[in-house]
Design a protein around this ligand. Structure first.
Ligand SMILES: [Fe+2]
Ligand SMILES: [Fe+2]
Length: 268
């Protein structure tokens, strides 16, 4: 796969790139009082699973300081710190070390893994949710609302992926190319990125809020005891889809976009 083929070069490039910037993504200490959720997950991807267990948003709502979120939600800060440190003590597989990846490698990975996943699963979600709404909607109006929200999410995500693949990602690839060649391309400007990045972040936020509404509507994707198999599969798939979307948005919001913005700054 392309993202594996160039991995060694990309890691070397990422190391050079990282060392030239003020944020050291790889070796940041965990400080729950002063760091945001996004900063910690950005530096240590594996902490995402711990935050997810505690119901702490690490993608769209990741800009809040961890200690503030814990106080608001009544989470024991010391316990959370212990669990985060625990997860970091486990050996890291190289392919999980996203914070060290260059923008180009991140884009290749996001397209091949997450965009492909979204395009594979959306038709299934649409099909199952329509079927469940048709068969069970009379006694459970929530599944009718759910089918509408899934349809809205599908429309939004399809358009969103297109924009990233046709406009934003090719532009970031151009930045990487210019950086490699040591040139300040006339087409490169930090202004070119500011608006698209803000627009993509806003769309992530909206998709995340739709998923959150669906989670609330379905009591955390819990089907009734008497639910048929399609209903059960629909909720399992939705939960899996939410998890994938969180990881996808995290890679873009917290890693790719800041790296692309730093790259544009370095080239101006
Ligand atoms: Fe994406
Ligand atoms: Fe995106």
């Amino acid at each position: 796969m392309p993202w594996q083929r160039e991995k060694i070069f990309e890691l070397l490039e990422a190391y050079v790139f990282t060392s030239k910037n003020t944020v050291n993504w790889r070796f940041m200490e965990i400080d729950l009082e002063n760091q945001t959720v996004a900063q910690i997950v950005g530096a240590h991807y594996r902490t995402a699973e711990v935050f997810r267990r505690y119901g702490i948003d690490f993608c769209c709502g990741g800009q809040a300081k961890v200690a503030d979120v814990c106080r608001r939600k009544g989470i024991d800060l010391a316990q959370l710190q212990a669990e985060l440190e625990d997860v970091l003590e486990q050996p890291l597989a190289p392919q999980e070390d996203f914070a060290s990846w260059s923008p180009k490698l991140l884009i290749d990975y996001i397209e091949e893994r997450h965009h492909t996943y979204v395009r594979q699963k959306l038709p299934l979600l649409l099909q199952y949710s329509k079927k469940v709404a048709k068969v069970h909607g009379h006694g459970h109006p929530e599944v009718i609302a759910l089918a509408k929200w899934i349809s809205a999410l599908a429309d939004e995500l399809e358009a969103h992926l297109e924009k990233e693949e046709r406009e934003l990602f090719p532009y970031v690839r151009q930045l990487v190319q210019a950086y490699r060649e040591g040139q300040a391309s006339p087409a490169v400007s930090s202004d070119h990125l500011e608006h698209p990045l803000a627009a993509m972040r806003a769309e992530h936020e909206h998709a995340g809020s739709l998923m959150q509404k669906m989670r609330q509507l379905t009591d955390g994707f819990t089907p009734p005891e008497y639910a048929c198999n399609t209903w059960r599969v629909l909720y399992q798939l939705l939960e899996e889809f939410e998890r994938d979307l969180h990881q996808h948005v995290h890679l873009e919001n917290n890693l790719l976009f800041p790296k692309a913005a730093s790259l544009a700054q370095a080239l101006v």
